[in-house]
Design a protein around this ligand. Sequence first.
Ligand code: ZN
Length: 300
Amino acid sequence: MNYKRHTVTAALPYANGPVHIGHLAGCYLPADIYVRYLRSIGKDVKFICGSDEHGVPITIKAKKEGITPQQVVDKYHKIMGDSFKEFGISFDIYSRTSSKTHHDTASQFFKTLYDKGVFKEEVTEQYFDEKANQFLADRYIVGTCPKCGNENAYGDQCEKCGSTLNATDLINPKSTLSGEKPVLRNTKNWFLPLDKMQPQIEAYIDSHKEWKSNVHGQCKSWLNAGLQPRAMTRDLDWGVKVPVDGAEGKVLYVWFDAPIGYISATKELFENQEASIKNQEEGRGEKVTTKSGEIPEWEK
Ligand SMILES: [Zn+2]
């Protein structure tokens, strides 16, 4: 196919640790080579990436280190950005999902689906830590594994026997925040009915026989098991706020917001370019910075 323009994206790395050589070799270098090839033959191409900065693991890291989630992502966003630069990866923009553009864009996606009535509201029981005054993500709960008796199993998995668990399966559950026994409380979340979307998803995946066989196989095995509705919101204070009434204290599930990062980073790149052109036209000539405060690649 002969495309007019090319947008190349590389997987947004998760900002709770540095990137290593395996990431570079497996993901960023092949994309960079392809982008450089396109540029060398005169194609109109943009190469997009950024840090994935929400989700529970970042909040756990912050608690462990006694700092805020924002401090965790600031640290690793810089380390990763510097690594890519030093390695010569030629992104047109390296943004981040904590940017305002991303929060606005992810909110719009959620709101659009909400207004169309796509989500299913469901009240479920979830563990709540009365001392810490917050709902507990599965990883914030430890207890005894009902399968093997390991006393340090997590609310989603026992690392000793490998069983997948629900937090309510644990015997003697304990909050890792306060050490207290959590209580079950009702909470409302918004579910994406993946089960209803199964035929479209299946048709899409079947139309991509060129994918790596292990990727294709993994997708097929999920589909064969039957897709289930999945909550797109979480009781958490770190992430994109759920933009509807009655959702205080909830954020978008990181797997809902992060993939939108490719779109918001692309938006941000063009917003920056427009600002730069406007600056030059008005003779100000000053360098613009991205909303996350850095000078974008094309301005250097
Ligand atoms: Zn176990």
